[in-house]
Design a protein around this ligand. Structure first.
Ligand code: HEM
Length: 400
């Protein structure tokens, strides 16, 4: 009798789930919007793949993309939140570049109070994102990048020097990752970190803490799932993704650097300094003289899209006050957003080049012939057409 009651109850619960989930399948159909058809079973299978990490995130995204084959855009049904997926490159261009300032909300969890490290440009939402984006736009210009290119080349020299003394095989991904991390240490924080020395066992807290951020242990992944799917509950119980030692290290580091620069009056050529300058100018002159306003009038041709597509409405131009805390979060995002992405892209590029010796030779020839009579600088690198094609081609083969 007991078994029978349990079986009936179990069957009823399953039926309820089935009926509830079946209703979700109608979402796009009812709105007459093109969509990828899916069954109840498929929905739970996809969810399990994501929750239990049965496939890499790239494979999950690729499956999603493939499920809309033949459509320029389509609605995707999900157990948690339905999404519109774009497949048409022109549409993607519009969303990611031309109309970027209208797409204000990212799916990443933000909790400025409990997890101040989460309050950066990549994750902030709504009006807070608009205001920060407007404020930071001048820090992303070609001109600013050009002034930092020497730091990039110095890190490259240091890595090449390191490799030239190695006679045993090296892990390319780790080597390239240490290279991108050294560049970010220098261009974001103004620090000299030879991260490749870490590969030989030399400890560096900067490298340790950066690596720790990317270690997705089962516990951190579980937290990520809970924070993503139950944001209100996570906020209420103070659940956060960034570990305390990582948060404390980067906050402490940025606070110390700011303090030191204020005391000595010394300025550096890095992203943190650019934010400090903006803060200083805001305090002196107010919004009327903001750097963004000046750049909107005087920007270089290369940055046309950046400034033309900025949100200049009241919401876009509202005040965003820099504090040590949000400056730390926004400097840290360079590590979180810039090191792993660039290292993965470069590693794939090297892998493709090693598989295509003819392309590698042609690229080598272009670099050698260009450097016969030109100095290695930002303009020279930008002028190498084949190098540009190789990088773009690499992104096509192995999207990061
Ligand atoms: C191959 C390298 C990179 C790839 C593939 C990549 C990819 C992306 C993508 C797809 C977005 C948009 C996300 C969205 O709208 O939801 C984004 C935004 C962003 N990335 Fe990257 N990124 C790369 C390198 C970098 C680097 C080097 C940095 C900094 C040093 C960086 C910092 C950021 C920031 C701050 C944002 C937020 C921009 C905003 O909201 O205005 N990324 N990145």
């Amino acid at each position: 009798m007991y078994i029978l009651v349990t079986a009936i109850l179990g069957a009823l619960i399953l039926l309820l789930f089935y009926v509830k989930t079946s209703q979700k399948l109608l979402y796009w159909k009812e709105r007459n919007f093109p969509y990828a058809e899916v069954t109840v079973f498929e929905l739970y299978r996809k969810m399990s793949i994501f929750v239990f990490r049965l496939k890499s995130m790239d494979a999950v995204v690729k499956d999603m993309y493939d499920s809309g084959a033949g459509m320029k855009y389509f609605g995707q049904i999900s157990l948690i939140k339905n999404q519109i997926v774009l497949r048409d490159p022109d549409m993607v261009y519009n969303v990611m570049i031309k109309d970027f300032s209208h797409f204000i909300d990212r799916p990443f969890p933000v909790d400025e109070k409990n997890d101040p490290m989460s309050a950066h440009l990549f994750a902030l939402k709504g009006d807070r994102w608009r205001a920060l984006r407007y404020k930071l736009a001048p820090t992303f210009t070609t001109g600013k990048l050009r002034t930092m290119s020497k730091q990039l080349f110095d890190s490259a020299d240091s890595t090449v020097e390191y490799v030239s003394h190695k006679h045993e095989p090296l892990d390319t991904k780790q080597l390239i990752y240490s290279y991108t991390l050294s560049i970010i240490a220098s261009t974001a924080f103004g620090m000299k970190v030879d991260a490749h020395k870490y590969l030989d066992g030399e400890r560096s807290q900067f490298v340790d803490m950066s690596l720790k951020f990317f270690q997705i242990t089962n516990l951190r992944y579980f937290k990520f799932i809970v924070i993503t799917f139950l944001p209100k509950f996570s906020k209420a119980v103070g659940l956060r993704l960034t570990e305390d030692d990582v948060k404390d290290f980067f906050f402490g580091l940025v606070r110390d650097i700011i303090q030191q620069r204020k005391e000595t009056g010394r300025k550096s050529n890095d992203f943190l300094q650019l934010m400090m300058n903006i803060k200083e100018e805001d305090e002196k002159y107010g919004e009327k003289m903001s750097e963004t306003k000046r750049e909107m009038v005087n920007h270089e041709e290369e940055d046309k899209e950046l400034f033309e597509n900025l949100d200049t409405s009241k919401k876009g131009t509202q005040q965003f006050e820099f504090t040590d805390t949000n400056m730390a979060a926004n400097t840290f995002i360079f590590i979180a957003g810039g090191s792993e992405t660039t290292a993965t892209a470069l590693t794939f590029a090297l892998y493709e080049l090693s598989n295509n010796p003819a392309v590698q030779q042609k690229l080598q020839d272009e670099i050698d012939s260009t450097l016969i009579d030109q100095e290695l600088d930002f303009a020279t690198v930008s002028s190498m057409a084949y190098l540009n094609q190789v990088v773009l081609g690499e992104f096509m083969y192995n999207p990061v």
